[in-house]
Design a protein around this ligand. Structure first.
Ligand code: GTP
Ligand code: MG
Length: 370
């Protein structure tokens, strides 16, 4: 157990309770009563004082964890880069993505605000693949955007040429910087009469973005999501940067990824998962947070069923027992039993944490009363 009461510990050590409590006082414990609770670590230290060699069962092997990084990273195959589009509301993130996927998400969206993190892969004319994530522009989706910066290899910072740097532009710059993700700036809407590229550049520099025109190494590409001007350059820049970053992942072994979004559809509970390592296939067992799934089917962004999702791709997964939470890490388990025991362990772990919080809070209240 990870927690034990003083009374139970006394019994385990074979010490009379009253004596044990006074000895704990001598060891420096304050306000100890028979029903006081200790963590396993503390109890182990106390037990050592009584000449025992305790081991604390932290349930390590009951949980699932990511694999260690590969021993020889250069022997691992390349994977498509994951690129997140960030920027201020209405600066044209969805329009740029839309141009890339040549559909019309921006036109069809309710109120023009992106509702979810959308994810899709595009095949470039060179045959290379890029996976794009759209992030919502609304301030309420801040936490999602933060996660966007954590799962991504490259950030495209979209700045409207007629509006320049705005609060969410600055936020995006901060996220990219704190997540240590390299950035490419796309100055958008250059087809507009009010476009002022030089102003955007100097505003970016004033906010610490080291753009190449000012001697830095952040690429700046001028584009229009409306006319398509500069879009080839943007694609080239993304591929060039991802080559430099040398982005690799093992296609084999237990898969790892992230839940990008989760929803309930007529066909059942679905979650969009970005696969970062390994390959997901129907029949696989996966765990996300405290939720388990046996993968029933995988569908790509076009809603087409696929047989596998290799590293660097995003798929919609069916088969969840409960809806997973966006931002949760996804880990494949070798067996159904292993997946279920990991979920069980995590649920208990959560309960233990809540119990510990309650104890801390009770102690705080008690101190306040005194
Ligand atoms: P949120 O998701 O709400 O943050 O917005 P967004 O950044 O995805 O912007 P969106 O693509 O929805 O574009 C906002 C508006 O700008 C739309 O009316 C687009 O048609 C328009 N727009 C986007 N790109 C361009 C462009 O290059 N030129 C012009 N003239 N208009 C553009
Ligand atoms: Mg949008």
């Amino acid at each position: 157990p990870e927690f034990i009461s003083v009374a139970n510990l006394a019994t385990a050590l074979g010490v009379k309770l009253e004596l044990f409590i006074s000895q704990l006082g001598e060891l420096g414990f304050e306000e100890i009563a028979k029903d006081s609770i200790m963590t396993g670590e503390t109890a182990a230290l106390v037990a050592q004082e009584y000449g025992f060699e305790p081991t604390v069962d932290a349930g390590e092997d009951e949980d699932l964890r990511p694999r260690p990084p590969p021993e020889d990273p250069s022997s691992v195959p390349l994977r498509p880069p994951v690129v997140t589009i960030m920027g201020h509301v209405d600066h044209g993130k969805t329009t740029l993505l839309d141009f890339l996927r040549k559909s019309s998400i921006a036109a069809g969206e309710h109120g023009g605000i992106t509702q979810h993190i959308g994810a899709f892969s595009v095949q470039m004319s060179s045959g290379k693949q890029i996976t794009f994530l759209d992030t919502p522009g609304h301030a309420a989706f801040l936490s999602m955007r933060q996660r966007g910066a954590n799962v991504t290899d490259i950030v495209i910072l979209v700045v409207a040429a007629d509006d320049s740097v705005k609060p969410q532009t600055i936020e995006a710059i901060k996220h990219a910087r704190s997540a240590k993700v390299p950035m490419i700036v796309a100055i958008n809407k250059i087809d507009k009469d009010q476009a002022n590229v030089e102003r955007v550049k100097s505003d970016l520099a004033a906010n610490g973005v080291e753009i190449e025109d000012y001697g830095g190494d952040v690429q700046v590409v001028c584009v229009s999501g409306k006319t398509g001007q500069g879009m080839d350059d943007l694609e080239d820049n993304i591929l060039l940067l991802s080559e430099m970053l040398d982005i690799r992942a093992e296609p084999d072994g237990m898969a790892e990824g992230w839940v990008l979004e989760s929803s309930i559809k007529p066909i059942g509970r679905v979650a969009t998962v970005l696969v970062k390592r390994g390959t997901l296939r129907p029949g696989d067992f996966i765990v996300a947070g405290r939720v388990f799934a046996k993968v029933r089917s995988l569908r790509n962004e076009a809603g087409v069923e696929v047989e596998e999702a290799p590293p660097g791709t995003a798929v919609e997964i069916l088969g969840w027992k409960e809806p997973p939470e966006a931002g949760d890490m996804v880990l494949q388990a070798p067996t159904e039993d292993k997946a279920k025991s990991a979920v069980h362990y995590r649920i208990e772990q959560k309960e233990r944490e809540e119990a510990m919080e309650q104890i801390t809070e009770m102690e705080r209240l008690k101190r306040e009363r005194e």
